[in-house]
Design a protein around this ligand. Structure first.
Ligand SMILES: Nc1ncnc2c1ncn2[C@@H]1O[C@H](COP(=O)(O)OP(=O)(O)OP(=O)(O)O)[C@@H](O)[C@H]1O
Ligand SMILES: [Mg+2]
Length: 255
């Protein structure tokens, strides 16, 4: 299929008087890892919420692979191939690692169909095992998810998202709160995943963003300030001023 993977047209979300996402025209050409950066409150998570149907849009459109998905419910959008992780970690804490992934994989298949052959049960199980392997959690297969380290919970969330077989994966600050080792490991996995499917990553860690992203979009105050290669974005004086702060700001902040 030609054309962009994802497009938003004048996408807008207001919360009362606050316009969190303000007439955003965004194009994701696809192929590679796309990062969205921007200061706290820029509207990044809200933007994901609109794309994934978690929040109704105030105005504008979301088009995914040429199909208007505006106003569709989260589960419909998930079935069409968009998966996301949340900024606040959410797994089934009381279940094992493998069961968390298995449930997500099962939810996506037409599992309850009476004529579905029994072999499909083993297909789902096999997929779940393979995913755990991919994501580096096979060694924690039978652990209770709630007992995992913070970094492993974040990886499990990615595995759960991947179990729905998305074409596009939205990751909201996947490495926030991780140790440097966990971050490095997770970034490697995200890089590998982005070779197989389109990934949009919201991230505050500039080292991570500028190390892995093919294209970076900078959001401020609900709008897109600029979009381009890491080099182009790093050189953009508007970004330095609006996002990274002027040297005077840093002095004022005691940095
Ligand atoms: N459900 C909501 N109700 C009211 N206001 C909201 C809601 N969700 C977000 N906002 C507001 O919308 C603005 C954008 O928030 P959003 O969470 O999208 O920012 P963000 O770029 O993800 O920030 P951060 O980097 O801190 O995660 C903020 O001013 C926030 O307070
Ligand atoms: Mg956010």
């Amino acid at each position: 299929m030609t054309g962009p993977v994802l497009e938003t047209q004048s996408l807008t979300k207001s919360f009362g008087g606050l316009v969190a996402v303000d007439h955003v025209d965004f194009t994701l050409p696809g192929g590679g890892l796309h990062a969205i950066i921007g200061p706290n409150g820029a509207g990044k998570t809200t933007f994901f919420n609109l794309i994934s149907g978690f929040l109704p849009v105030t105005a504008g459109r979301v088009v995914f692979h040429g199909r208007d998905i505006t106003g569709k419910r989260p589960h419909e959008i998930s079935r069409l191939g968009i998966a996301r992780t949340l900024q606040i970690k959410s797994v089934f804490n009381g279940l094992t690692v493998i069961d968390n992934v298995w449930i997500a994989a099962k939810g996506q298949s037409r599992f309850l169909h009476p004529f579905r052959p029994a072999s499909s049960y083993t297909d789902v199980a096999r997929e779940a095992e393979a995913l755990l392997d991919d994501i580096g959690l096979a060694g924690h297969r039978d652990e209770i998810a709630g007992n995992l380290s913070y970094g492993d919970i974040a990886l499990l969330e990615i595995a759960i998202a991947l179990a729905t077989k998305p074409k596009l994966l939205l990751l909201d600050e996947p490495v926030s709160g991780m140790s440097p080792n966990e971050t490095q490991r997770t970034v490697e996995i995200i890089k590998n995943v982005s070779k197989r499917l389109d990934v949009i990553l919201i991230e505050h860690d500039m080292e991570v963003v500028f190390g892995v992203a093919d294209v970076i979009t900078v959001m401020t105050q609900g709008t897109i300030l600029c979009q381009g290669s890491p080099d182009a974005v790093a050189k953009d004086t508007r970004v330095q001023e609006a996002y990274l702060g002027t040297p005077e700001d840093e002095e004022a902040a005691g940095a």
